[in-house]
Design a protein around this ligand. Structure first.
Ligand code: SF4
Length: 335
C-alpha cells in the first residue's frame, strides 16, 4: 500500500478503499524520540517562530519520512494547513485539500465524501465496506474508553494513546485490533483505581507534552477519565453510514457541537475538574473564553508550545489545581 500522510482525522475509510495506508503525521511527530528535530527542519525552511508546533512538526515529518502524498484538512481543523499545503507542493509533494462541510449536515457530507472518493480513484460504496471492516477496531477503542471511566481500570495515558491512534490505526487496523483485543482481556482482570481519586476531563487538541502529563496527574491522586477529541477520533456516534458518522463527529464543526458532547460526557463521567489544553499561536485558544463560560466544573487552561515535556511552571499549576479540587471535594464531603 502506498503511504498517505494526513494532517488530522479524515474519513480514513475512503483512503483505505483507495488502497492507501494512512499515516497520521501528528502521531509520527509526538512518538519520535526527538520531536524537536522536525520543528527545526521547518524553521530552517522558513516557518515563523510564532507558528504552531504541530504545523511545523508535520512539515518536518513529511520532508524527513519521504511521504509523497498528503491529504491536508483545510476546513474543520486548521487554517494554517492551507499554507502548509502550498509549501509542501513547492517541495514536490502531492498535497491534496480536504474540507469538512461548514455545518454538520448529512447531505453536504455525502457530497464531500463522494468528491474525496472520486479524487482518490475509489467509490463511496467501497469505503462503506471498509467502514464495516473497521467496526470491531472502533468498538474495541470505545470499550477501552468504558473501562477507563466506568470500570476505572485504564489509565488516562492508555486511554489517550489508544483513542488517538484511531485516526490512522497506527497504519494497520488489523494489527491495531488484535493488539487492543488482547490488552482488553488484561485490563478486565485489573483491580479498579481507588474510588477516592479526583476525576479529570481533558478537552482541546492533544497536548505536545501528553507523555508526561497523564502520569503526572496520576502521581497526584487524580486520573483523566475523559479525553474529548481523542474519543471523537474513535467515532463514538457512528450512525448508519459514513456520511452520518462524519456528521456526528464533533471536532470539525462549531464549538457548540463540541460543547454539547463535552457537557454530556462531563456529567456522565462525574468529572471533578477539567483541563483545557490550548496550543500556542492556535486560533482555538480564543475558544477558551467560550469553554470556560459554558463548563460547570473548575477549568485549568494549559498552554504548550514546542516543549515536549512538563516544565516546572506547568507542574505547579497542575498541583495547585488538583489541590483546590481536593479541598472542594473534602468540604462538600462528596467522596
Ligand atoms: S493546534 Fe491549532 S494551530 Fe496547531 S495545527 Fe492544530 S488547529 Fe492548527
Amino acid at each position: 500500500m502506498k503511504k498517505i500522510g494526513i494532517t488530522t482525522t479524515v474519513p480514513v475509510e475512503v483512503l483505505l478503499a483507495a488502497g492507501y495506508q494512512p499515516i497520521d503525521l501528528n502521531n509520527v511527530l509526538v512518538s519520535a524520540p526527538d520531536p524537536t528535530r522536525f520543528i527545526t527542519i521547518a524553521e530552517r525552511a522558513g516557518f515563523p517562530l510564532n507558528c504552531c508546533a504541530w504545523i511545523k512538526g508535520i512539515y518536518g515529518v513529511c520532508l524527513d519520512s519521504g511521504i509523497d502524498d498528503v491529504l491536508c484538512v483545510t476546513s474543520g481543523d486548521c487554517s494554517n494547513t492551507i499554507m502548509l499545503m502550498e509549501v509542501l507542493k513547492l517541495k514536490g509533494k502531492t498535497a491534496m485539500p480536504f474540507a469538512y462541510p461548514e455545518r454538520p449536515d448529512k447531505a453536504q457530507m455525502q457530497k464531500t465524501l463522494e468528491k474525496l472518493s472520486s479524487a482518490l480513484g475509489t467509490t463511496l460504496k467501497a469505503a462503506e465496506k471498509i467502514r464495516q471492516e473497521l467496526q470491531s477496531a472502533r468498538a474495541f477503542a470505545l470499550k477501552l474508553d468504558k473501562y477507563t471511566w466506568k470500570d476505572n481500570k485504564v489509565s488516562g495515558w492508555e486511554n489517550h494513546i489508544w483513542l488517538i491512534s484511531t485516526s490512522d490505526f497506527n497504519g494497520d487496523y488489523h494489527q491495531y485490533q488484535q493488539e487492543l483485543q488482547s490488552l482488553l482481556d488484561d485490563y478486565e482482570k485489573r483491580q479498579p483505581y481507588p474510588a477516592k481519586e479526583i476525576r479529570v476531563g481533558y478537552i482541546g487538541v492533544p497536548s505536545v507534552f501528553a507523555k508526561e502529563l497523564y502520569p503526572y496527574i496520576e502521581k497526584h491522586g487524580a486520573r483523566v477519565v475523559y479525553n474529548e477529541v481523542q474519543r471523537q477520533f474513535a467515532m463514538p456516534d457512528a450512525g448508519a453510514s459514513l456520511a452520518e458518522q462524519y456528521t456526528n463527529y464533533t471536532y470539525p464543526y462549531s464549538i457548540n457541537e463540541r460543547l454539547a458532547d463535552i457537557k454530556t460526557e462531563l456529567e456522565k463521567r462525574r468529572i471533578d475538574g477539567v483541563i483545557h489544553y490550548v496550543q500556542a499561536f492556535c486560533h482555538r485558544g480564543i475558544g477558551d473564553i467560550v469553554m470556560r463560560s459554558a463548563i460547570d466544573p473548575p477549568v485549568l487552561t494549559l498552554e504548550g508550545n514546542a516543549d515536549f515535556f512538563l516544565n516546572g511552571h506547568v507542574k505547579t499549576r497542575i498541583e495547585a489545581f488538583l489541590d483546590m479540587i481536593e479541598r472542594k471535594i473534602f468540604f462538600k464531603g462528596v467522596k
